[in-house]
Design a binder for this molecule. Structure first.
Ligand SMILES: Cc1ncc(COP(=O)(O)O)c(C=O)c1O
Length: 424
């Protein structure tokens, strides 16, 4: 019987895997072509033809909109800026409530705060780790202005249902689709089912431009507001004053021509990249789904999951070994693994100390919403005990390498009771 690497044995995986690299010759040539023009960014922050950027940015936007079947695609310099612009476009005002899940990257919950909005954390479903629609329905109040849903790990939330709910209440559904390009529900792309969907093009995502993002919307009015906020809205509201654009403060959220050129080349590869990740994930789900106490990602009916992360649920009552110890043993064997994703966001000091903006604690001064521990018990349990993530979808695996991850998992599972002494 092999000794576990954590207990001094030989690890199953001894050489590091090659990271998947999507940037190649196409991107280099595209960047070179922009370099030759000398116009590395095409924006002017005043009302003129260049207000909406240069030719490469516009070309990228046209292609992105066509690919994702969205009327408008508005390129921005990150998903974070896209989410802030979305909150501004939705008209979030001081004291307005914005429903968000606690299990997401911090930027999702920071965006409302910029406009004085109050994040209202609503619990997640244990099977998909996405917002629980029933609980969202119960959390809507007359102060709710928007729902900011996250397609976490590449799994679409119950987007169609949430859109119906938002429309019923006259509020805006914003999708944080940073992790879900080409994910679908009912044949429609995640990121295009909400009123606004925001994609990320940062280095870690399926396709990337180093840093970058895109906001999609079918709504003319929201598209116009997003474009304003992206490029110093305050300079152009006079030209366009029609009652809708007053009080719009803008930012510089502009993607450069160089990044847009990379984006065009990356967009041409998105199907291949996503198909590849899905195939890897499916193999792991098939092979590891047979271990009692490890439940592979559950894909919602009528949905496509695009596996930013292969996130399983671990049940220590079945395996007999605590999750964190099991993960430590996997890591010692060379498996790329982590646990719990992030702590529910309301546990961050910004919420615990109610200290977002300024000395007085704005905007928490406008609400008595509590951010106490225990607020979202499912999210807390998933973080503390159950989520077990294998970071396997972004490697350029040789078939034998993939098998070695499965072998390592099998080894740790088979010898897990040898770990119990360490647990005491
Ligand atoms: C769910 C989610 N939201 C927002 C972001 C922020 O994206 P960006 O780095 O493009 O601002 C990320 C990035 O990791 C993310 O995963």
């Amino acid at each position: 019987m092999d000794t576990l690497a954590l207990l001094g044995g030989k690890p199953v995986i001894e050489a590091p895997f090659k990271p998947y690299r999507s940037i190649g010759e196409e991107e280099r040539l595209a960047v070179d072509a922009v370099m030759r023009t000398g116009h590395l960014s095409g924006y002017v922050g005043a009302w003129c033809d260049a207000f909406d950027g240069g030719p490469v940015v516009r070309d990228f936007e046209t292609r992105f909109a066509a690919k994702f079947k969205s009327r408008h695609a508005i390129a921005v310099n990150s998903n974070t800026s896209g989410l802030i612009a979305a909150m501004g476009a939705a008209g979030v005002s001081p004291g307005d409530e914005v429903i968000v899940p606690p299990t997401t990257m911090s930027a999702s919950a920071m965006a409302p705060l910029i406009y004085g909005g109050i994040p209202v954390f609503v619990d997640i479903e244990p099977d998909t780790f996405c917002l629980d629609v029933t609980k969202v329905r119960e959390a809507i109040t007359p102060r709710t202005r928007a729902i900011l849903v996250v397609n976490i790990f590449g799994q679409p939330a119950a987007l169609v249902e949430l859109r119906e709910l938002a429309d019923e209440h006259g509020i805006v559904l914003v999708e944080d689709n940073a992790q879900g390009p080409l994910a679908t529900q009912a044949g429609r792309y995640a990121g295009t089912i909400g009123h606004i969907g925001v994609f990320s093009l940062n280095y870690h995502k399926h396709i990337h431009t180093g840093e970058g993002g895109v906001c999609c919307t079918d709504d003319e009015r929201l598209a116009r507001r997003l474009r304003m906020i992206r490029n110093h809205a305050e300079n152009v509201t006079d030209e366009l004053a029609d009652g809708d654009l007053v009080n719009l403060v803008g930012f510089n959220f502009r993607l450069t021509e160089l990044q847009a050129a990379v984006g065009i080349a990356q967009l041409a590869k998105v199907d291949r990249v996503v198909d590849g990740r899905e195939a890897i994930a499916n193999r792991f789900s098939l092979e590891l789904g047979g271990f009692p106490g490890v439940v592979p990602p559950q894909v919602r009916d009528d949905c496509r999951h695009v596996y930013y992360v292969w996130a399983s649920r671990y049940d220590e009552r079945v395996t007999g070994v605590p999750r964190d110890l099991f993960a430590k043993a996997l890591a010692a064997e060379g498996v790329p693994v982590s646990v719990g994703y992030v702590a529910p966001l309301y546990l961050l000091p910004i919420f615990q100390k109610r200290i977002a903006i300024g000395r007085e604690g704005f905007p928490f001064t406008l609400t008595n919403r509590s951010y106490r521990k225990g607020l979202c018990p499912v999210a807390e349990r998933m973080h503390e005990k159950e989520i077990l993530e294998l970071h396997v979808c972004s490697w350029a695996f040789e078939p034998t390498e993939m098998q070695s991850v499965i072998d390592a998992f099998e080894k740790v599972y088979a010898h897990r009771y040898a770990l119990t002494a360490l647990a005491q």
